[in-house]
Write a protein that binds this ligand. Structure first.
Ligand SMILES: O=C(O)CCC(=O)C(=O)O
Ligand SMILES: [Fe+2]
Length: 162
C-alpha cells in the first residue's frame, strides 16, 4: 500500500477545527447531546480534547461505548472517504459527544479531507473473490454535496455503494 502514500498526501487537504461544548441548562448528572451521532466524511480525523470526557463510540453490537481518553493522547477516526477507498476494509466508526457535569469541553480535530477534484477509487489490490468491489469511483466533492442535501447515516452506501 506504500505506493499509494504519495498520491494520498497530494490529494488531501487538512482542516484544523477547534470545538467548544458548553454546559447546558441541565448541568449536573443529566446527560445532554453535544454532537449528534455521525461518521466523519473525511479520510482521517485526529482528535484531542481537554480533561472533559464525552466522546462515545457505537460498537458493532449497537451499544454506545464511553471512551476514556487518557490525557495528552489522540483519537484517530477513519472517515467515509478512507472506508470507501479501502473497499470497506477499514471501518468508519459512528461517534457522538455526550455532555455531563458542569465543565466546558474543548476538542481539537485535524481533518484530512480529499481535495475538491480528488476521485476515490478502490485500488485493484483490494478487490478479490473474498472482497468484491463495494464502492464505485466517485468525486469526493460530489459525495460531500450529496451528503449535505441528503443527510443520512447510510449516505456513503446510498451514494456510492454497489
Ligand atoms: O469533539 C469531539 O471529540 C468529536 C468531534 C467530532 O466528532 C467531529 O467534529 O467530527
Ligand atoms: Fe466526528
Amino acid at each position: 500500500m506504500e505506493k499509494h502514500y504519495d498520491s494520498h498526501v497530494e490529494s488531501t487537504s487538512s482542516v484544523l477545527r477547534l470545538m467548544k461544548y458548553r454546559v447546558g441548562p441541565a448541568n449536573g448528572d443529566s446527560a445532554q447531546l453535544g454532537l449528534v451521532a455521525h461518521t466523519d466524511k473525511s479520510a482521517l480525523t485526529i482528535l484531542c480534547q481537554n480533561e472533559v470526557q464525552g466522546l462515545e463510540l457505537l460498537t458493532k453490537q449497537g451499544t454506545w461505548l464511553q471512551l476514556k481518553i487518557p490525557e495528552a493522547s489522540f483519537v484517530v477516526f477513519v472517515g467515509d472517504a478512507l472506508k470507501a477507498w479501502s473497499n470497506g476494509r477499514l471501518h468508519a466508526a459512528t461517534h457522538r459527544v455526550i455532555m455531563k457535569g458542569d465543565k466546558e469541553r474543548y476538542s481539537c480535530g485535524l481533518f484530512l479531507v480529499p481535495k475538491e477534484e480528488a476521485t476515490i477509487e478502490v485500488p485493484q489490490e483490494l478487490i478479490d473473490k473474498e472482497h468484491p468491489l463495494l464502492y464505485r469511483p466517485f468525486k469526493f466533492s460530489d459525495y460531500f454535496s450529496y451528503f449535505v442535501s441528503n443527510t443520512s447515516d447510510d449516505a456513503l452506501e446510498i451514494y456510492a455503494g454497489l
